[in-house]
Design a protein around this ligand. Structure first.
Ligand code: FAD
Length: 529
């Protein structure tokens, strides 16, 4: 039994509406930064619908940032994605083997497991509270905060005041409609049946395959726990009721396996959308995750984009409410995140064109063309090595303007590799950056380069230091030191140079050691000092 008489706190720093995977990740991140957070959701439990199944290395890095251990939930590493056409054979392939910035390039997972782990993680923080059974019905903003009106399951209303409110309330976001940010974009006219099955005796396929048959496009992929997923596009005239019928599902699965060798765990018919709102912020209210953008799942980037939103916004909100930065930095959330979310949607639409050709002649032409393009090495690597995937490099935002010819890009992701810390343990380098703004010295102790006054300012706004050395080097200084075991960091910047890295692992500034003071002054100015 859930207690519906719960009294919500009258005031919090941040109120999160929606405790799905993105809201829970934001709550966990804010908890790490010591912010007083309330996350409410109209339901109590995690949703069990078949939804996200694939995550990329960037998503896994954000889950690491939020504090999830590598084994917090089960994953299957996917070495490749194959695209097949009944007429021209295999016409496309993406090589997803190996890892990038410390994580596999592509894994599959079971969304409810991830959500349970993230909720457990956010519960570690005394400053984070979660409450199910409350639905947002209205909000009023003024100069100093937001008043949210929430309705419990018995219909009683309660008010919560917060400095900032974040709408993580999914695709039909109430927050989005209350701030007048209607979605722009298209909906597909096709519906899809998603079938999640479990308990197959033999190993399912080890890769993701897209059967791009214009008569019935069907992606198929394995997932942890002996699971696998098929997605079947509905033909004209087919109804949800017909498709969700067990006998019909058994007939659809017949080319792969007898349905009685599996347990159909979940099934649902969805219509996909490609939509993004005009602004992710209105005053003190922010939108993240599906509340801000939704994409067809063909490149597995819906949840990933929401996780990027959470990482980008969390530290900015924390720095503002903790008095370490001006509220102006919050404007950079929309500037940084919206263009990239739109680029990912455009990529998913393009992929949709390959997966769902309109008819046989179009399939023959498009798939045939894709197959021939693979003969051109540049175009082959564009698709095969995922270079077509938009890089998480910002054009505008909270970083110093991009300088030409630098290996480390300002406004781009700082690399991650394996390091040995001073106590001899081996870990991923982000864990040594911790929850801070960090001045990183490549082969140099960055702290020694700053005078007393600037050091005090830097540390006052949450600034820390990290000295990165070669494997086998040591340091006796007080500054945290790590050995770069696979040259993942030292290989990306000249020896003796510095980088200012934001808590979300974005490079805010970089330059030579002779400019250490300037680097810090300019970074502090960006924060409003
Ligand atoms: C078939 C399918 C396949 C997908 N595959 C992938 C994939 O492989 N990779 C990937 O990255 N993404 C994928 N996605 C997308 C991914 O599932 C979503 O992007 C993700 O679940 C969105 O998370 P969210 O937290 O933003 O929203 P949700 O998970 O929708 O959570 C929103 C929460 O807000 C609550 N809420 C709503 N309104 C209110 C209110 N007024 N008051 C209080 N609470 C409220 C809801 O109860 C819910 O718990 C897929 C989606 C589908 C449908």
């Amino acid at each position: 039994m859930h207690d519906n008489k719960t009294k919500l706190p009258a005031a919090v720093d941040i109120l999160i509406i929606g405790y799905g995977p993105v809201g829970a990740t934001l709550a966990a991140l804010l908890g790490r930064y010591g912010v007083h957070v309330l996350a409410v959701d109209r339901v109590h439990e995690v949703l069990l619908m078949p939804r996200a199944i694939a995550l990329d290395n960037e998503a896994l890095r954000i889950l690491q940032l939020a504090g999830l251990a590598e084994d917090a939930f089960d994953k299957i590493v996917i070495p490749e994605v194959r695209m097949h056409c009944p007429m021209v054979g295999q016409f496309g392939r993406a090589n997803t083997s190996g890892s990038l910035d410390g994580h596999p390039k592509l894994v599959t997972f079971y969304q409810p497991d991830l959500e349970h782990s993230m909720r457990a993680q956010s519960r570690h923080f005394a400053s984070v509270q979660h409450q199910g059974g409350f639905e947002l019905v209205d909000l009023i903003q003024d100069d100093s905060g937001v008043l949210a009106i929430l309705r419990d399951e018995e219909g009683s209303l309660q008010q919560v005041r917060s400095q900032y409110l974040v709408g993580a309330d999914g695709a039909s976001s109430k927050v989005r409609s209350l701030i007048g940010q209607e979605f722009q974009g298209t909906s597909y006219s096709q519906d899809w049946l998603i079938v999640d099955a479990a308990e197959r005796e033999q190993q399912a396929i080890d890769h993701i395959e897209f059967i791009c048959d214009h008569r019935r496009p069907t992606p198929h992929m394995p997932a942890p726990g002996g699971r696998e997923r098929w997605e079947f596009m509905l033909r004209a005239g087919e109804t949800r009721e017909q498709m969700e019928n067990d006998e019909h599902i058994a007939a659809l699965l017949q080319p792969w396996i007898d349905a009685d060798q599996l347990k159909i765990e979940r099934k649902a018919v969805y219509r996909f959308h490609a939509r993004c709102c005009e602004r992710f912020q209105s005053g003190r209210v922010f939108l993240i995750g599906d509340a801000a953008h939704i994409t067809p799942p063909f490149v597995g980037q819906g949840l990933v984009a929401g996780l990027r939103d959470a990482a980008n916004l969390a530290w900015k909100l924390a720095w503002v409410v903790n008095g370490r930065a001006s509220s102006k930095i919050l404007d950079s959330y929309d500037q940084e995140r919206r263009p990239h979310a739109r680029e990912m949607i455009a990529l998913a639409k393009m992929m949709g064109g390959l997966v769902m050709p309109k008819n046989a002649p179009v399939a023959f032409l498009v798939h045939g063309l894709m197959r021939s393009l693979r003969l051109v090495p540049y175009l082959r690597s564009l698709f095969e090595e995922l270079e077509i995937k938009p890089k998480n490099n910002f054009k505008r935002g909270l970083f110093m303007p991009v300088a030409r010819g630098r290996r480390l890009r300002r406004g781009g992701l700082f690399p991650q590799g394996l390091v040995r810390t001073q106590n001899g343990s081996i870990s991923l380098s982000d864990d040594s950056l911790g929850d801070h703004l960090t001045l990183v010295g490549f082969g140099i102790d960055p702290r020694t380069l700053l005078d007393e006054e600037i050091r005090r300012c830097w540390e006052g706004c949450g600034g820390h230091y990290l000295h990165v050395g070669l494997q086998g080097q040591m340091s006796r200084a007080a500054t945290p030191f790590v050995e770069d075991l696979n040259n993942a960091l030292l290989g990306k910047a000249p020896a003796g140079s510095l980088a200012v890295v934001r808590p979300d692992r974005i490079v805010m500034h970089e330059g030579p050691q002779a400019q250490a003071g300037k680097l810090i002054r300019e970074s502090l100015a960006l924060l409003g000092y």
